[in-house]
Design a binder for this molecule. Structure first.
Ligand code: ADP
Ligand code: MG
Length: 269
């Protein structure tokens, strides 16, 4: 009898969208049809996945499925091989600030743990750790609203809330669209940092191709309705990137390649 130490059940993908269809009019027209996306689980490394596509191609809809906020008309959405449940709640970071403006920064970040039944003392201790990590120490007693906090700071609150709720998966829907360039670069750095620290799988939607190439391991491009994922582009830049990456010739080539691909997809009917 041979004994194998390497036989282990195949690891489930962290996110699977299987044969998804979305219709809002009882099947007369389809916004999404036959869409499949498998995102492998890389528990020690995490990954940064960027979704690109024209407006209306269904990017936000995909994030809502993964967050458990919406069920597709057809098909299946699995997280680690299981249908999405309330327990593994994944929260989303939007362009519009998604925190509760009538609550302090600390209460906003601690709230996710309250839902999970963590006791008060631990809730606040863990929330403070996260607040420090995202660079908001000293602001925890402020209300999570503009102008008490700047746009960048409010996005830091949203990111902290998302990570404390579930560091494995972070969903971001055009999160930095409203930020000035300096703040945007700082937020990109923060996000890359948090990705490596928590080995998170980040699904990030943006219209900014240069931002997409800079942040992504993998880019997926959606075609216009009826949508499906039509192109996967592997971003073969070093895992650790910094500002000089953007000045690299290969970076520019990738940006051009992604842009050309998007134009080609937009022109195909
Ligand atoms: P994206 O984020 O890529 O811009 P969305 O996921 O927001 O695209 O939307 C995809 C398409 O689905 C759009 O054409 C939008 O109008 C349509 N849509 C989204 N929600 C609804 C709804 N509740 N009823 C009807 N159509 C919807
Ligand atoms: Mg959208």
């Amino acid at each position: 009898m041979s004994v194998s130490f390497t036989d282990s059940p195949a690891r489930a993908n962290i996110i699977e969208l299987k044969n998804i269809g979305q219709s809002y009019d009882g099947g007369q027209t389809w916004i999404i049809k036959g869409l499949n996306m498998l995102i492998e689980d890389k528990p020690d490394q995490g990954q940064f996945v960027v979704l690109l596509g024209m407006s209306g191609s269904g990017k936000s809809t995909l994030l809502r499925y993964i967050a458990g906020l919406q069920q597709p008309t057809e098909g299946e959405v699995l997280i680690k091989g299981q249908p999405v449940t309330d327990k593994q709640r994944v929260s989303m970071v939007f362009q519009q600030y998604s925190s509760m403006p009538w609550m302090t920064v600390l209460d906003n970040v601690a709230l996710a743990l309250e839902y999970q039944g963590v006791d008060k003392k631990e809730r606040y201790a863990r929330a403070m750790e996260l607040i420090e990590l995202v660079g908001l120490a000293g602001h925890e007693k402020k209300y999570a609203q503009y102008p008490a906090l700047s746009g960048g700071q409010l996005q830091r609150v949203a990111i902290a809330r998302s990570i404390i709720a579930n560091p494995e998966i972070i969903l971001m829907d055009e999160p930095f669209g409203a930020l000035d360039i300096k703040t945007r670069i700082q937020m990109q750095e923060l996000l890359v940092d948090l990705w490596h620290r928590f080995s998170s799988t980040i699904i990030f939607v943006t219209h900014d191709i240069s931002e997409a190439v800079y942040l992504a391991d993998d880019i997926y491009i959606m075609k216009s309705p009826p949508s499906l994922i039509i192109e996967h582009i592997d971003i073969d830049l070093p895992l650790r990137r910094d500002y000089s990456t953007k000045r690299d010739k290969h970076f520019t080539e990738l940006v051009h390649h992604v842009e050309d691909t998007m134009i080609r997809i937009a022109e195909e009917k």
